[in-house]
Design a binder for this molecule. Structure first.
Ligand code: ZN
Length: 175
């Protein structure tokens, strides 16, 4: 099990030319510190790998992807990196899913009712001969979804037909 070490970080110690950066996690401190240059190198490396920054058996602390972690399971650097990376991906997916849910919920109601594109309307009109497919009327025509949008019907040529307002109303009223 890999856990984030939120109380971990590097502390500067020593004066100027002898300054070292010592890794600390709670009350545990590394024996030796890093020079500023070594710290900068480690910081660059930890983005693409897991770096063991302190070992206090059985616990080891890691620096990986701008966070500190610890484990007591003898994980390899590759294990740690894979786990950290997987966490990031999972978190990203969770965020995307949450935003997607918010996006659907914020619509006023039900499935989106997009207008039937003009090309499609023309194709339906021509196929149905410009008249109501029920009664043949040529006035008050409407484009009707055979399978309603609310039930998963699509705006396609096969799922659209021409009805007059009267027939369309009766269709809506029928059980
Ligand atoms: Zn009709």
């Amino acid at each position: 099990m890999l856990r984030e070490a939120k109380d971990a970080g590097f502390e500067a110690s020593g004066a100027w030319l002898r300054r070292r950066f010592v890794f600390c996690a709670g009350r545990v401190r590394a024996d030796r510190g890093l020079t500023a240059r070594a710290l900068a190198r480690a910081e660059a490396d930890q983005r693409a790998a897991a770096i063991c920054v302190l070992c206090d058996e059985p616990r080891r602390w890691w620096w990986c992807r701008d966070r500190f972690w610890w484990d007591e399971d003898d994980l390899s650097p590759q294990d740690v990196f894979a786990l950290v990376y997987e966490r990031e991906v999972r978190r990203q997916r969770r965020l995307e899913r949450a935003h997607a849910v918010l996006g659907t919920r914020s619509r006023p109601e039900g499935p989106r009712r997009e207008p039937v594109p003009r090309e499609l309307r023309r194709a339906v009109f021509e196929r149905d001969g410009g008249r109501c497919v029920e009664c043949g009327a040529r006035f008050d025509l409407q484009y009707d979804h055979v399978i309603p949008l609310a039930l998963g019907g699509a705006s396609t040529l096969e799922n659209l037909q021409i009805l007059c307002a009267g027939c369309n109303g009766r269709k809506g009223a029928s059980p």
